[in-house]
Design a protein around this ligand. Structure first.
Ligand code: MN
Length: 193
């Protein structure tokens, strides 16, 4: 089974003025599509892996019987596909607050504001390209951290709850070098918290 580009659950201009339509269009139709194309290409060599869930491939990556270079391609492009597919779903024009998640955040971080501060700091400290995450770890505890490149939290056997793309392609057209402004504005389009 080939992986395919999921439709955005909103239009390209839906997140304006916080994320501009052109960025969303290129990010979704070009960047995300390339991860999918490269993922499908590498999996063509490994028919047995084609129907496995990407979450499981990431959890078991180190033990997969693959050429090392192909494994890196899978890590980067499988991660790229999953991370973006997830990212699109947590954003939107209208809040759809997940009350259980908010309660958990308050329990773990003291308050939503303290969580946002910790998460934003992790996003700003990420050097170069990567993502910032709120995850549930293997013990069911919430953690904030950032990953390089397209590394998925599933590589750590963690489940992503919130993720922010801090690659320059996610914000450069509108924000240029001002990642702090992008991160601050992004909270307006995160619908779950
Ligand atoms: Mn991206």
């Amino acid at each position: 089974m080939k992986h395919t580009l999921p439709q955005l659950p909103y239009s390209y201009n839906a997140l304006e003025p916080f994320i501009d339509a052109k960025t969303m269009e290129i990010h979704h139709s070009k960047h995300h599509q390339v991860y999918i194309d490269k993922l499908n290409a590498v999996l063509e060599k490994y028919p047995k892996l084609q129907d496995q869930k990407l979450e499981d491939l990431m959890r078991n990556l180190s033990s997969l019987e693959m050429d090392e270079a192909d494994k890196t391609t899978l890590r980067n492009n499988g991660g790229g596909h999953m991370n973006h597919a997830f990212f699109w779903t947590i954003m939107g024009q209208e809040k759809e607050t997940q009350t259980d998640l908010v309660e958990n955040i308050k329990k773990t971080f003291g308050s939503v504001d303290q969580f946002k501060e910790q998460f934003s700091n992790a996003a700003l400290l990420r050097f170069g390209s990567g993502w910032t995450w709120l995850v549930e770890d293997e013990k069911g505890e919430l953690k904030v951290y950032s990953t390089a490149n397209q590394d998925s939290p599933y590589l750590n056997n963690h489940t992503p709850l919130i993720g922010l793309d801090v690659w320059e392609h996610a914000y450069y057209l509108q924000y240029q070098n001002k990642r702090p402004d992008y991160v601050r504005n992004w909270w307006n389009v995160l619908k779950t918290v």
